[in-house]
Design a protein around this ligand. Structure first.
Ligand code: PLP
Length: 385
């Protein structure tokens, strides 16, 4: 018999994973057992500053008291109904989230990838029902170096060979253009285009911030072409960049916004597709669904997340602390930092390859009590509460 988990050391727990856990991740060798705010603690009681923030799933830090309280209250009343019945938390969540994001309608889902899949379905349905694209001809234009999740459809339009190789055949109907290139986008859009799907800032690619004017250009181009602008704000949204949505930096309003990660407050997976009634209204009963999407626990936590964002405190804080982060990184440029890109409390940092790979730098920072994650090559990514 194996010993109970709490009696095992970090090293023993890491070794225990190897034979029983699929090897689809290569985590840093730290075993987290407790957390609060920006601090996490490992099995041995060593404390770390969390500068990953769960890839933006922890925009309010670990176990924010208001979110934990909302979850506890809901756990004591009702946790799941399925959408076969109404539940008393969903209307309020949808109203508050629509108001926060300045739109009319919400399609609640669970994970980010599901929000992306749902957004693709909505865009295609809209193309056939509203735009009049011939059956099965709809196309969606995406950007190179995108990250939108891990389903077979989504990795099918990834340009990351590691994410794709071995998982085909893939769904057709996607066109890939370089990111931050309006001329290439213009070229790719035609009468069959349902939507342009992009990240306002490419997170996994290394926190790539497009040129000023790019997002406004995408908005203008999609309006002219009569297709939807679908912004994947799963990582960039909900306070991360100093605004509720990253598109607000260019005062842009997309037709469809995909949300996830922080929407679940670091407690439960909660995602959503939000957009205008003319777009999300294309779905009718039976055409799309999810057993867990919009469940009362998710709705209660999601509502508490929206309440935190309604105060504007987290957006302000991300902007103010983001300036400190930028100054710090600027001071390190030429002293180990080759280049960096930052917006709000979010940065991609290209470390001098002579200091090691992103992975090696992350491991060294871990030994100094700071948790970050590498992306590609010698780039690390920083996101904190
Ligand atoms: C994380 C992420 C996703 C996928 O979310 P999951 O919850 O992991 O499925 C999609 N898009 C972006 C931009 C993301 O950062």
């Amino acid at each position: 018999m194996t010993a109970p988990a709490r009696t095992r050391s970090s090293a023993e727990l890491i070794r225990a994973e190897e034979p029983v856990l699929a090897h689809n991740y290569h985590p840093l060798p730290v075993v987290v057992a407790r957390a609060e705010g920006v601090r996490v603690e490992d099995v041995e009681g060593r404390r770390y500053l969390d500068l990953l923030a769960g890839y933006s799933a922890l925009n309010f830090g670990h176990r924010h008291p208001a979110l934990i309280e909302a979850a506890h209250r809901q756990l004591d009343r009702l946790t799941l109904t399925s959408r076969a019945f109404h539940n008393d938390r969903l209307a309020g969540f949808a109203e508050r989230l629509a108001a926060l994001t300045g739109t009319d309608m919400v399609l609640p889902m669970n994970t980010g990838a599901e929000a992306v899949e749902s957004g693709i379905k909505v865009a295609r349905k809209w193309a056939y029902d509203v735009k009049g694209v011939p059956d099965d001809r709809a196309t969606i234009v995406v950007a190179a170096d995108n990250f939108h999740g891990r389903t077979t459809t989504i990795v099918g339009f990834s340009t990351d060979e590691t994410a794709r190789r071995g998982f085909g055949p893939f769904a057709p109907g996607f066109r890939i253009v370089p990111y931050n290139d309006l001329a290439a986008l213009e070229e790719a859009v035609d009468d069959t285009t349902a939507a342009v799907l992009i990240e306002p800032i490419q997170g996994e690619a290394g926190v790539i911030v497009p040129d000023d004017g790019y997002l406004a250009g995408v908005r203008e181009l999609t309006r002219r072409a009569g297709c939807l602008f679908m912004a994947d704000e799963i990582q960039s949204g909900l306070g991360r960049t100093g605004r509720t949505l990253a598109v607000e930096h260019e005062s842009v309003v997309p037709d469809v916004v995909l949300l996830g990660k922080a929407l679940g407050g670091g407690i439960v997976p909660v995602s959503a597709v939000v957009g205008r009634r003319e777009v999300l209204g294309v779905l009718h009963p039976g055409e799309h669904g999810s057993t867990f999407g919009g469940n009362p626990l998710a709705a209660a936590v999601g509502t508490a997340v929206v309440e935190l964002l309604e105060t504007g405190e987290f957006q302000r804080r991300a902007e103010e602390l983001g300036a400190v982060l930028r100054d710090g990184l600027a001071a390190l440029t030429g002293k180990g930092v080759v280049a960096f890109r930052a917006r709000g409390l979010w940065a991609g940092v290209d470390v001098d390859p002579a200091l090691g790979t992103g992975r090696e730098v992350s491991e060294r920072l871990m030994r100094e009590g700071v948790l970050v994650k590498d992306t590609h090559g010698s780039t690390i990514r920083i996101a904190r509460r």
